[in-house]
Design a protein around this ligand. Sequence first.
Ligand SMILES: [Mg+2]
Length: 371
Amino acid sequence: MGRTGTSRPRPSEWRIARRGNDGAASSGTAARVRPLFSGPPTPRRWTQSAPVALTHRVRAGQRGFSAVHRLLTHALTGMDRRLGELAPRIQPRGDYRRPMERERAPAIRAVLIDIDGVLTVSWEPLPGAVEAMERLRAAGLPLALVTNTTSRTRASICARLTGAGFPVSVDDILTAPAVTAAHLRENHPGARCLLLNAGDIQDDLTGVTLVEPEAQADVDVVVVGGAGDEFGYAALNRVFHHLQRGAHLVAMHQNLYWRTADGLDLDTGAFLLGLERAARVEATITGKPSEAFFAAALAHLGADASATLMVGDDIESDVLAAQRSGITGTLVKTGKYLPETHRSADGTPDHVLDSFAALPDLLEQLASDSR
Ligand SMILES: [Mg+2]
């Protein structure tokens, strides 16, 4: 049993330090006393620190309340920290709703519906989408189709949807180009605008003065729409030059990609990031996810945010952005939906549906819950 003063004490001989008013150890032999917490805890993972401490105490046969209390506090603090780290990963998602939330479901009196990836993919209707829209129409619910589509005018979109069987009209459709035109008329009246966009949308840009891309005219506002072959080096470099000369940058949206029948295609957001970084400017976003877009949609319907539901396949631009405006957000697992994007999102949708086809049943359920 002989030990020197510098040798490590065996676990069975460790004690908890008892300190008197002067802070000195008042019991036990100094050489044999090892305070359990002699200072700030050494940062360790709880899986290492708490079990080690517990093992030591069990071996030492400590039974005092203080010892047990401190041990449990240490262990629980570590567990709490560890659980805190796990919390975001185990946070319930999907259609999980706590009972109290069900009881307090808002009465939905208007619906905003994304088009691409929700009703259609490559303009082909998704299964059950036409029938679901017919049920919404039969219910008489005010609705608006809100889309960042920049490749077609509202009239053209309406023609494609009605041709596919959707019971909609031009007045039901609110596009990013239409909202952009309203933004330009209000905030840049008379401005000379350079448009970079794939698709002919001039009919929806009434009151906006467009300059020819090749002209050497001064440009007050660069307006970026949807990406396509038009986003070549010459065109992007021309935009870059105008931005360096002080032109404002307005973007109809900042979507990074969209779903086509052949998979995901690169969209405006990817190019926008480069332009903003290179020219040291910040674009004004007029389409989703901007708050102004949702405000325009609500005004279009005369609806209140708290009584409106938005359904979309883009968790950031459609769902969480709508929720930030006070609208009930609903994510559908069609179109550009990706499980990993859903898991890593900064927020949780109010509802998640397999597809738009399930929306009428959800609305009926919400109406029932709100009564
Ligand atoms: Mg979409």
